[in-house]
Design a protein around this ligand. Structure first.
Ligand code: C2E
Ligand code: CA
Ligand code: CA
Ligand code: CA
Length: 279
């Protein structure tokens, strides 16, 4: 009956609120101690489609609640709302340093590797964002030329001119600006018109299954020609098998990332991946 459905709905809502509260409390605890006690950074290899060479990695955050992994899609928006997101960005930079040092100790020349980090738009709105970022890079001895900033949208940008000012300044310091999740949510054509950027990252919802779905192919191909017309490189994420990789390559996508190459890896496993990489 309708009444039963209403009760079920209310119970579902109550459970959701309870879970949200639990996550918020646990996150607060995590930020009250050393971040490396609760958070870890995993690295997902990025490859050049032409040469298939490893060119670097995207850094993704991991966090667990009572031993169970919680998706960043769930906890990142909470961290954004509490104002702690920049702490995770700076923590990510410390983990890049750790990775680079580990690679160097294995005798790997990784001077050309690019590390992509996810930047929430709310972070950019902090007037100290750029200076904090530059200070952390200097502290960790990382050149901004090796950092791609993937702009992720969990809210609509309502101050494009300010955000763009910051992006232009970051570009002048050597950072690469990527428009993440292009084609979904708030990441739309208006971003491309209003923001200075260096590359477009096509969302995985247009990539995975592209080989079998003609509608996806139309969207995919449109984004490819858009990027070509704008003269910007394209990154495809969510490449899960060889067919998708070959498809992306044939279309002229420059960089790919996905389970076909590797899942996101803890630092040690990433170092192993680099050592085994024959490209
Ligand atoms: P994203 O930036 O679009 O990251 C790509 C997501 O796709 C990652 O999920 C990755 O694990 C997943 N993925 C990669 N390759 C494949 C594939 O071949 N198949 C499938 N099915 N999935 C694939 P993840 O790690 O759960 O991250 C989710 C989102 O959380 C990210 O989406 C990003 O928006 C956000 N996020 C993660 N770490 C951070 C962070 O440190 N800071 C900020 N601001 N956001 C973060
Ligand atoms: Ca990303
Ligand atoms: Ca995303
Ligand atoms: Ca993405």
């Amino acid at each position: 009956s309708d009444k039963l459905r209403l009760v079920e709905f209310q119970e579902g809502l109550a459970r959701q609120i309870e879970r949200q509260n639990k996550i918020e409390t646990a996150l607060r605890d995590s930020f009250h101690q050393d971040l490396d006690k609760s958070f870890t950074v995993v690295l997902q290899p990025l490859h050049d489609t032409k040469t298939e060479c490893l060119i670097g990695a995207e850094c993704l955050m991991r966090w667990t609640l009572e031993g169970k992994p919680i998706s960043p899609a769930e906890f990142i928006p909470i961290v954004e709302s509490t104002g702690d997101i920049n702490k995770l960005t700076l923590f990510t930079l410390s983990q890049i340093r750790k990775t680079v040092e580990h690679l160097q100790s294995e005798g790997m020349d990784c001077k050309h590797y690019m590390f992509a980090i996810n930047i929430s738009v709310v972070e950019i709105l902090d007037v100290k964002f750029e200076s904090k970022l530059l200070a952390a890079l200097a502290q960790h001895n990382i050149d901004p030329k090796r950092i791609k900033l993937e702009l992720t949208e969990s809210a609509l940008i309502d101050n494009f001119s300010y955000v763009n000012e910051v992006l232009v300044s970051l570009q002048s310091k050597g950072f690469t600006i990527s428009i993440d999740d292009f084609g979904t949510g708030f990441s739309s054509l208006s971003y491309l018109c209003k923001l200075n950027f260096d590359e477009i990252k096509i969302d995985r919802s247009f990539v995975t299954n592209v080989v079998k779905d003609s509608k996806l192919q139309s969207v995919f191909n449109s984004i490819v020609s858009l990027a070509k017309n704008l003269d910007k490189p394209l990154v495809a994420e969510g490449v899960e098998d060889m067919e998708q990789m070959i498809y992306a390559k044939a279309k002229g996508v420059q960089y790919v990332q996905g389970y076909y190459y590797s899942k996101p890896l803890p630092i040690d496993a990433f170092v192993e991946y680099v050592l085994e990489d024959k490209s």
